[in-house]
Structure formats: C-alpha cells, structure tokens
Design a binder for this molecule. Structure first.
Ligand code: ZN
Length: 208
C-alpha cells in the first residue's frame, strides 16, 4: 500500500469547499457533533487504484474518530488491478475499516452513515471520483517521496509552531501524508503535536 495524502494537502480550497460533513443531534449511536469526511488519495503518479481513505474528524471532540476505506469500482476492477484473485481484493471494494488504521468505538456507525451517503447520493459519489482525478492531476513537488514520521518530526522541530500556525501551508516537503500527521497526533505528549492537530482541524473547518 502506497502513501496516501489528504485532498487538503494539494487542493486546500477545493477540500474546504467540498468536504462532506454531517451534524448529528440525538443520533442513536453518534454523539452530537459535526463529523467531516476528509478524503485522502494515493500520492503515486502512475497508480490508478481508484479508491480513497476517508479520515473522519469530529469537530467538538477535536479528534480523528475513524478511518474508512472506500473503493467505488467493482470487485472485478480491483481483482484485475491486483492481477490475481487474492483475499485482499475484498478489502478494496466498497466501504471498509482498513486494518492498522486509527479507529474508535464510533467507527462502525460512521462507516454505516458513510455507506448510506455514497449509496443514496450520486452527486456525492461523483464528487469523490472527481476529487480523485483532480488530486491525481496536480503535478510537481506534491509527488515528492514521503518522509518518515521521524523525518517529519525533525523537520518540524525547526518550525514556529504557534497555535495559529497553518499546518497545510507550512508543512515541510514530503510531510503530506495523513499517516504522518496522524502518527504525530497519536503521540501527542508534546504541546506542539496538539497544536498541529488543532491547526489542521481549524484549517479543515475554516469556511464552515
Ligand atoms: Zn494508488
């Protein structure tokens, strides 16, 4: 699996204008909050894997509460793409909770909500596919090799990480991937880790 980066990292205005959110009030399983379904796509130029990760951010809780996999093509497409009928093919089709990603007790409920959204709303389904194309069409430095979390951390040591920092503008080259950001979040013993997540959330919700 190659590295994924959020739509935000390449097309911030588009992501801010077109990231789907839901607001829950009195939902049976989800606490009252606003949940943003932030799309992330694979950064490899020549890879046409046609799927997304959906990082679900809860606004009031200020946290990442689920990571969803979403493959909009048929099982046949992913089987052909992998070149063999491997068990992993099933992990690529439709809405999944990919192993090894950040989840919470809300994850299965958010997966169901997202599944209903993409099933019932053809405009939204089309929007994600369009975002994938737009993301893939951005040339240049965004395709730089992703740094490891430790390398990103070292780069970040040199930045002025005030609360008002705009992470998506100042991020070091190669530190695009959501994985890097979220690993930093998971290890948030240091103040600047928390500042980083807050800045990302602020940016995501800037126009709401
Ligand atoms: Zn790919």
């Amino acid at each position: 699996m190659s590295a994924f980066a959020e739509l935000h990292s390449r097309l911030p205005s588009l992501a801010e204008a077109e990231t789907r959110t839901i607001t829950t009030v009195g939902h049976a399983a989800l606490p009252d909050d606003t949940y943003a379904f932030a799309e992330a796509f694979c950064i490899e130029r020549d890879c046409d894997c046609r799927r997304a990760f959906i990082n679900v951010y809860a606004r009031r809780m200020r946290d990442l509460v689920a990571t969803l996999g979403y493959g909009w093509e048929s099982r046949t497409f992913y089987r052909n793409w992998m070149g063999a009928d491997l068990p992993e093919v099933d992990d690529m089709v439709g809405v999944t909770l990919p192993p090894g990603t950040i989840q919470s007790e809300l994850s299965p409920h958010l997966a169901r909500v997202f599944e209903d959204l993409v099933r019932d709303d053809s405009e939204y389904r089309g929007r994600i596919k369009r975002h994938y194309q737009q993301f893939k069409a951005v040339p240049g430095e965004s395709f730089a090799e992703e740094l490891t979390v430790d390398e990103c951390r070292a780069e970040l040591e040199d930045l002025d990480l005030t609360p008002k920092m705009k992470w998506f503008e100042k991020r070091p080259k190669g530190c695009d991937s959501a994985a890097a950001l979220l690993d930093l979040r998971a290890d948030s013993v240091r103040d600047w880790d928390r500042a980083l997540l807050d800045a990302s959330l602020e940016s995501l919700y800037a126009r709401r």
